[in-house]
Ligand binder design. Sequence first.
Ligand code: DGL
Length: 296
Amino acid sequence: MADSRPIGIFDSGLGGLTIARKLADTMPHETFLYFGDTLRCPYGKKSPEEVLQFSKEIAAWLLQRDIKLLVIACNTATAAAYTTLKETLPIPVIGVIEPGAKAGIEKSSNKRIGVLATEATVTSAAYLDAIHTLNPKAKVFQAASPDSVDFVEGLMATAPEKEEIWLQYDTEHLLAKALPIAERDCKALKEAEVDTVILGCTHFPLLKPIFQKVFGTGVTLVSSAEETQKAVAACLVDKNIKASEQHMPHHKFATTADAIERFSRGGSFIFGRPLYEVQPVSLASLRSPTSFTSLT
Ligand code: DGL
């Protein structure tokens, strides 16, 4: 039976919209309800316990809005909360780490795979485990690039107009800021002679040209978007919860950000369509007992 309920997606901020966009582009009849926890971003510098708690609060908020499936479009939250949410929630849950690991294994010829992620994802070793489950012989090298997350959120928040943000993308000005961060953080992966790097943070595909410049064309950069999309599509079929082909989607967005207008502007660029409806959510309401009694 057709199911027109929304698919819930969340991230610590805007980065998860790289996943949401891939889903919306390929599933034109599905409605998405996206939550960006901008006020508490970056997750990558927080403890697994904190990220698990934030993830539970957001999952409960989304569940109250009757989502049919939850996509954790954040590697850090996937590492900290996927197992718990999968076991606790009454709906299917999909994370981005298994799909990212699969993409990395498929693209690598020498099976020397780099993972560029947040500090929390690196510490969790979730990618190591996911890659080794698929191929125990693969050599995995990890590196963190926390400043790249701040860079993306800051760039999106401060640029005056969306066009101006990315028209500047190749300018000396932007490269001068982003390139030294990328060069510093990718050094160990380059030295490890990886042939593939998983961009294991959903903010990083937005800096792909910069990372590609650092690694050179001999290294393939992969993100989890494509494999995550395949996992979501398969789940909709498997659970028989696809929206009907007549359904006209009406995407909605929610954020803890102080500046809704900035969230909308940066978000519209990443999502590839205007974010018409962005709801502000206070941390107090997110933490209120009625919001997550089902998950505590
Ligand atoms: N975009 C997130 C991820 O995929 C987290 C970035 C952050 O909040 O540190 O890990």
